[in-house]
Design a protein around this ligand. Sequence first.
Ligand code: AHR
Length: 512
Amino acid sequence: MKQLKLGMLALCMAAAGAANAVSLTIDAAKSGPVIDKNIYGQFAEHLGTGVYEGMWVGPESKIPNTKGWRNDVVGALKKMHVPLVRWPGGCFADEYHWKDGIGPRSKRPVKVNTNWGGVEESNAVGTHEFFDLIDLLGADAYVNGNLGSGSVQEMSEWIEYMTSDSKSTLANLRRKNGHDKPFKVAYFAVGNEAWGCGGNMTPEHYADLYKNVETFLKAPATSRPKLIASGGNDNDSRWSEVLAKQLKRQADAISFHYYTIPTGQWKVKGAATGFAENEWISTLSNTLRMDSHIRDNAAAMDKSDPEKKLGLFIDEWGTWYDVEKGTNAGFLFQQNTLRDAVVAALNFNIFHEHADRVRMTNIAQMVNVLQSMIITDKDRMFVTPTYHAFEMYVPFQGATSLPVTLADNPQYTLGSVSVPEVSASAARGKDGKLYLALVNTDPGKAAEVAVNVAGQAVKGAQGRVLTASAMDAHNTFQWPQAVKPVPFGATAANGKLNLTIPAKSVVVVEVE
Ligand code: AHR
């Protein structure tokens, strides 16, 4: 009943027009670049309960599963159309030795996950299990190789094991382990964060190592993975500049990582819940820096790759808060609130705008870690507000971006921090329909938006809104549906479409 009232409220609010509206124009005749579906990619690292427990429980578990992967979690992930999964790390990737993760599980070596909590790593999830997940999700595989503590030979043999259709010893070993046909490795990265946990290197040193590795990564021409060079972070666009110059002919993309921290300080990052408005606005302001980071890195790459052959893949992004009290600090577990959904939507709108260069992103991480889609505890699970933002934006996967102009868009200000009140993105979906996404960053005030589609009479807009009364509204095992999208729509009057976007909300509509 409460949900119904909220839905009706959204409908009424959407129908009301108002003075001082933000003016939004969609130029539906001018197509921009296609929004690669992989912009909605995910990241699953062997970290905390992100893979083990959260997704993988093993075939013998009482929790219903398919080949060891939880049916409830996989079912929910399928509904949000996960296009791509990056695995096995992160920092973990540069300590992962793939041969530990093949063959009978009972015989696999137990290692210590030195990056994440010093816990035992059973290697129960290895190459074959990862591809089982990929098959269950119907997603593409992004495998991250070990440059930091591995060898050129180890990486080249992994590629051969996964992709060769020959009768080589390694290809036959894959068959013996249960997979006759080669796996489809869509993307392969050479190391991770080589500037830090991946080896503390300079970009010049990394570029030389990359070239050496790339020379020996031999996959059949028809199934060669796209290769990703591990790039920089928000402190430094020099990585993008050096790698674009040196690796243009040997890489398909350069990666880049940027995390949103409310305080901007790694030592005390800010809490996931129970925060004050100053940390609402600082989080949004910090996340909007993604735009300038992309611009800086794209400009650095343009110097030697103006034709944009190389992609800039943001293969780690999202919010990073102080861990929840009483949890293992190495597990990076945090709650996920309406603020996270707004962060996700703001980033989607930025990624769409840079779709010519940004052709993949991977939010960190899929389950139970950082800005997750799903939170589990034993046999229970719930989906987060971030999950809803992802599933609301599904029509943008593979859509063609359209230019959007915002005029009279006021700033939402608190103290010395200001962010634009409204963020928007539009695209022509693969189904031919016109989709519009809107975010109202102000937690205290609805935003009036007058929508025009150049050269087209608009009849109305129908879709959904995600909002709640509290800035830190979130789902729990007790209230798993406290935050979820409800219907939202409006009919144009006298050829004009006015939308009232509720305070602190994300809206996705089809414009008719
Ligand atoms: O996502 C958590 C960690 O953040 C990753 O392992 C690492 O690449 C980054 O520093």
